[in-house]
Ligand binder design. Sequence first.
Ligand SMILES: [Zn+2]
Length: 106
Amino acid sequence: MSRDWACPRCHAGDVLAILRLPHTWTSASGNVVRGVRDVLVCARCDAGDPLTGPIVTYFAVHESAQPEDAALLARLLRRWIDQARPPKPDEDVLDAEAEAWYRGDL
Ligand SMILES: [Zn+2]
């Protein structure tokens, strides 16, 4: 795990995974603004969360993703991704982001 990815919340924990969610909102002037919101899994902050705890535990034990655990990890990450919704979900973009994420890491 690289320390370059220290958690922005506690500034100490390793960031284990990042999910980029599309996030659309209306500005004060009435314009629709499109952006992304990063949702992080931190080895310290998220260890006690029922959704992200299993992911933190996995990386605490294994250090990095093991090929033979791809199905297990995919299940854990899918559960997290399914719950980590942006305020106004855009399903198509969300699915595309998740797909890209899977291709890169698993
Ligand atoms: Zn943290």
